[in-house]
Design a protein around this ligand. Sequence first.
Ligand code: FRU
Length: 489
Amino acid sequence: MKTHIPLLILIVLLIQCSPPASEAPPIERYRPLAHFTPQKNWINDPNGLVYYEGEYHLFYQYNPYGTTWGHMSWGHAVSTDLIHWEHLPIALEEYLDPMTRDSTMIFSGTAVVDVNNTSGLCQSNDCLIAIYTSNLHRDNEGLRQNQSLAYSNDKGRTWKRYEKNPILDIQRKDFRDPKVFWYEPQEKWVLALVVPDQFTVQLYESKNLLKWELMSEFGKVGDTLRIWECPDLFELPIQGQPGKSKWVLSLSGGHPAGPTFVGMQYFIGDFDGKNFISDQTTPLYLDYGKDFYAGIIFNNVKDRAVMMGWINNWTYANQIPTESWRGAFSLPRELALLETLDGWRLSQQPVAEYTALRGDKISELNSPNTKSFELELEISEGSGIQLFKSAREQTTIGYQDGELYLDRTKSGRVDFQKDFASRESVEIKPRTPSIAVRVIVDQSIIELISMDGLYSITDQVFPIQENSSAEIFGTVKVRNAWRLNPIIR
Ligand code: FRU
C-alpha cells in the first residue's frame, strides 16, 4: 500500500488533554468548543433564526429546569459573525394559565423582521416578531397545539405575548412548528407548518402576520415512516446557471437508515406563491449521520441560505452521557443547489465565516493537545482514519465499496441506549478512486462533508479513554489540519 509523506508525520494526532491553563475553567468532558451548547440544561431544535440590525439571533428549545426534555421555553443567543455566540437570558418562557392552571410550553417556531410594521405591533418602522407553537398540556398530557405570536421592540431582549393569541388554531392536538417568510412577488407573508401525523405541510398567507388563510397542502410523499416536524421553504439559485432557481421544502422526519431513527429530508420543486409542487416523490436526505435534526434556515439573510440543525436524535437524545448540558447545534451550513447526474441536489458547507475558528496548523505527530480539529483529507478506496483511538476504542471514518462511512460501534460509551452503536454510510456518485473529505472533530461531535458538500454525515461519539490518537490506514493524503478555537466569547 502506498504511503504519503505527510502521513508518516501526521499519523497520530495526539489528542491528549493537557491540564487547562490555571485561570481557565476545566473543560467538561464532551463539551464541544466550536459548536454551540447551552451553559447548562437541555436543548433541542433551533428556533426563530433571524438576522436583525447587525445580529444573528439563535433561539432554541430549552428546558430551564433540567437536562432532559421538559418545560419547553425559548433560550436565546446572539452573534455578529454567525460563529461566536453570546448567551442571553431566556426569551420566552413556559407559563401557567392563571384560570385553569394548565401549562403552555413554547414549542418550535420562527422569527421575522416585520419591516414595514405590517402587524402594527412595532413601536418604530420595524421590530422582531416570533411565531411559535403553544403546546397546551395537563399532567404532561398534550391537549392542543396552536400558533401564537410574540413581539419585541428591543432587538429581541424582551418579548410580549400578543393579547389575542392564538393566531392560528385548527383545534388539533398535533399541529406545529411554523416557519414564516416574506414572499416578495406578492408582498405577503407565507407560513409553513406541519400536521405531523398526517405527513402534511400546510401553507398559509397573511398581510399582517396576525390573520392567516390556508392556501394549500403538500404531503403524503417522500419518507413517511416517522411523523413530520419543523418544515422550511426557501428559494435557492442553481449553482453555475445564472438566473435559474428552484424552491426547496425541507422537513424533519424519516431517516435513510429506516424508522428507528429520525433525520431530515427535502423536496426540490417550484412555489408560485400558493402551491409547492415537488419534482420528486421519493425522499432525498439531508444528512446520512444519526445526529442532524430540526434544521431551519435564517430569515432576513441576503443572498445565501444558512441552516443550523440540532445535533442529536430523538431515539436516544435524553440519554446521551453529557453532564450539566445536553444537546448541541451544528455549525451554520450554507446550502446550495448543484446539478448532478441524478438531478439537482442540496449541498452543504460550513459558512465561510467558520474558517475564523481555525487555529494553529497541526503538522507534528504530537502537537495538538486538543480534541477539536479539522482535517482536509483525500481518502482512497479501502482507506480511512481512526479517531479517538486507544487500545479498545476507535471511531472509524473511511471510503469503502464506493461508500463514505462513519463507524461508531466501538467509539466508547455506546451502551446508554441500544441503537446508538451504529455505522452510517452513503454511496458516493459517481464512484471515484478517491474522495475529498472535510472532517470536523469537536470533542463529541463529528461532521463529515464530501464531494462539494453533496454528502454529509453528522454523528456524536463519546470516547471513554482520555488518551487517544488519530491513525490513518491505507492511502490517505492529509491536505490540511488545524486546531479549532472556541466559539463562546
Ligand atoms: C422537534 C420537536 C418539534 C416541537 C419541539 C418540542 O424536535 O418535536 O416538533 O415543536 O420539538 O420541543
